[in-house]
Design a protein around this ligand. Structure first.
Ligand SMILES: N[C@@H](CCC(=O)N[C@@H](CS)C(=O)NCC(=O)O)C(=O)O
Length: 269
């Protein structure tokens, strides 16, 4: 059993929301995540849906703001929402920027100093966290899906595209789809991964899709009133990459929706 510490637990839609912390070997320090166990989980193991949050977020934003527990209770899904980066790592400058360092792990395994000793969010999300979830909660290890918002949408796409058999579904709200071509991605990748842009391709959905290894349908919801759409999110770049390899993509533009959590669960319509 992992050394899990329960921070708080509350009943929610017949199931329960729990916040946990644990020592992470991937991130070399304490990490936090939230889990919603639907009512069905008290009877039998249930499928897992991972949600990766965006810049400035913690494991709390999605659980508090998205209203997803109601749907997870209806469909019998366990929701797992990790934090978006290591915290209190002691790395100088970690807290200086809102779009880099704390709250902005970008779901990559950093290779550069000083970040690589802690900022291993890709390995954390793909390997360590699922192992902890299936060891400690009534979850079906082979039935997991992943989705996310903004930086977390980028993370969800990258985790799924790099591991085509690991997740049974992938979708995203307002994802950063071409990080190599946008300021957020360029800032994060140059610092976490170094200046060799060949290394960045492993974490760019619009590049990964061109490898033609992924074949399951991908769903993206993108608000048209999102202030980050034109400069940071670039779904048209991803769409072109998908078209080039005949990748099924359902890119739905949602009229008038912005980048906030109010757009969440347009999916359910
Ligand atoms: N701080 C940024 C915005 C950051 C932002 O929009 N973060 C999104 C993810 S990229 C988010 O989910 N924020 C937290 C929240 O809405 O609860 C700004 O002022 O432009």
């Amino acid at each position: 059993m992992t050394n899990l510490k329960l921070i708080s637990e509350s009943q929610s839609f017949g199931g329960k929301v729990g916040f946990y912390s644990h020592p992470s070997s991937a991130c070399n320090g304490e990490m936090r995540f939230a889990v919603y166990q639907p009512p069905q989980a008290s009877q039998q193991p249930v499928p897992i849906l991972y949600f990766l949050a965006g810049l400035t977020c913690t494991e709390e934003n999605f659980i508090v703001k998205a209203g997803a527990q109601r749907y997870a209770a209806e469909y019998g899904l366990m929701l797992v929402a990790p934090d978006t980066s290591p915290r209190n790592s002691g790395i100088p400058g970690e807290d200086e920027d809102w779009d880099f360092g704390t709250g902005a792990g970008f779901y990559v395994d950093a290779t550069t100093e000083p970040w690589r000793s802690h900022y291993q969010m890709y390995s954390y999300v793909v390997q360590e966290l699922p192992a902890i979830i299936t060891a400690n909660f009534p979850a079906i290890a082979e039935k997991q899906g992943i989705f996310g918002h903004s930086m977390g949408g980028h993370g969800a796409l990258v985790c799924a595209l790099r591991n085509p058999k690991l997740y049974q579904s992938v979708s995203a709200f307002a994802p950063i789809t071409a990080p190599m071509r946008c300021p957020w991605g360029q800032k994060a990748f140059s610092r976490y991964l170094g200046t060799n842009q060949q290394d960045w391709r492993n974490y760019d959905a619009s590049e990964l899709i061109k490898l033609g290894r992924y074949h399951s349908p991908i769903l993206i919801d993108q608000g048209t009133a999102d202030k980050f759409l034109a400069e940071q999110l670039l779904p048209q770049v991803f769409e072109q990459s998908c078209q080039a390899v005949n990748q099924p993509l359902n890119l739905r533009y949602q009229e008038g929706y912005d980048h906030s959590y109010y757009v969440r669960f347009v999916h359910s319509k």
